[in-house]
Design a protein around this ligand. Structure first.
Ligand code: HEM
Length: 297
């Protein structure tokens, strides 16, 4: 709000000093972690591959100072969690409310993956209904209905409207996701609308005809979310494995509301509980011994 209504920026407030303090804390916390990795690398220790190690390796070539490294690490750790978890929260709420859609997803997973082991990254392309469900969750409940404002770098004319250089433009995701011409019956949760779409969101974002694009949940243009591929992989693994593992029900007497509430970063459902009923006896045994799951991009 303050960004858009200039006079509000002149009102006295402790926001600036709070912002500076938060920034200082962030640099202190992330800086200490980065310097710990650096000192291990400098000492010739075999540091496992990770974001910090990669950033330190390219630091000189990319001309990055410690603050840049901290901000990059913060963006890739803090910024990614809320929208990803918001999509998972919406998925759990919706799938409990649509048992017939859940049954179709279970049937597809059972046929393609089987019962012995849970979905692997390479199963993704063979699970088109699951992909359609994830895309439909993203369309109906994008965590950010209004992503970061962009501005034009030159004068141009769009659909007969002159847009001068320096104009701030906002992608109105909500309106686009409920455009009847693009999504018939747009307020209905209907994964079938994506059944013929076999592109990932990242591939879809590159389509030359924007009206053919799956959705705009990850933004648009040159500032589109750079984490889209990672986010898609995380969502696929989380959602396919939840569905493989459990039947997801509403808790009796606790109806789930699909009203949106504004979280710290993006929109989530109102708090709710679901019942997760295991679908297999071997749930515990599919996890690796150390309980870790590696994600390959
Ligand atoms: C479901 C998960 C995610 C959603 C819905 C999402 C959505 C978005 C959106 C809408 C934007 C603004 C794009 C625009 O201005 O056009 C954005 C920016 C960004 N996202 Fe994501 N994101 C997700 C996950 C991630 C992940 C996993 C990462 C990193 C690991 C990430 C890193 C970023 C960064 C760094 C930006 C700022 C890009 C810039 O301003 O140039 N996001 N994201």
């Amino acid at each position: 709000m303050i960004d858009f209504i200039e006079p509000l920026q002149k009102l006295p407030s402790n926001r600036k000093s709070r912002g500076h303090k938060l920034h200082e804390n962030l640099i202190e916390v992330y800086g200490a972690m980065i310097l710990r990795v650096k000192s291990r690398m400098d000492a010739g220790e075999d540091v496992p591959d990770c974001l910090v190690k990669t950033l330190l390796e390219v630091q000189e070539d990319e001309n990055l100072d410690l603050e840049d490294l901290c901000m990059l690490c913060a963006v890739f750790t803090v910024l990614e969690v809320p929208p990803t978890s918001s999509i998972i929260q919406w998925f759990l709420a919706l799938i409990a409310l649509y048992p017939e859609i859940q049954a179709r997803a279970h049937a597809e997973i059972d046929q393609v993956v089987g019962q012995e082991t849970w979905p692997a990254p390479e199963d993704e392309s063979r699970l088109p209904y699951l992909r359609a469900i994830i895309k439909e969750v993203q369309r109906t409940h994008a965590p950010l209905w209004i992503p970061t404002p962009h501005y034009s770098t030159e004068d141009f004319v769009y659909n007969g409207v002159y847009i001068p250089k320096g104009t701030v433009m906002i992608l109105d995701c909500y309106t686009m996701h409920h455009n009847e011409k693009r999504y018939p019956d747009p307020f209905t949760f209907n994964p079938d609308r994506y059944l013929d779409d076999n592109l990932s969101c990242a591939q879809s974002a590159n389509l030359s005809d924007a009206m053919q694009r799956d959705h705009w949940t990850f933004g648009a243009g040159r500032r589109i979310c750079p984490g889209v591929t990672l986010a898609e992989r995380m969502l696929y693994l989380a959602i396919s494995r939840l569905l493989w593992s459990f039947t997801i029900h509403e808790v009796p007497g606790e109806p789930i509301s699909l009203k949106e509430c504004s979280g710290a970063f993006g929109r989530t459902p109102l708090p709710y509980r679901v019942n997760l009923v295991p679908r297999h006896d071997n749930l515990g045994s599919v996890l690796p011994d150390d309980g870790t799951v590696n994600i390959k991009i």
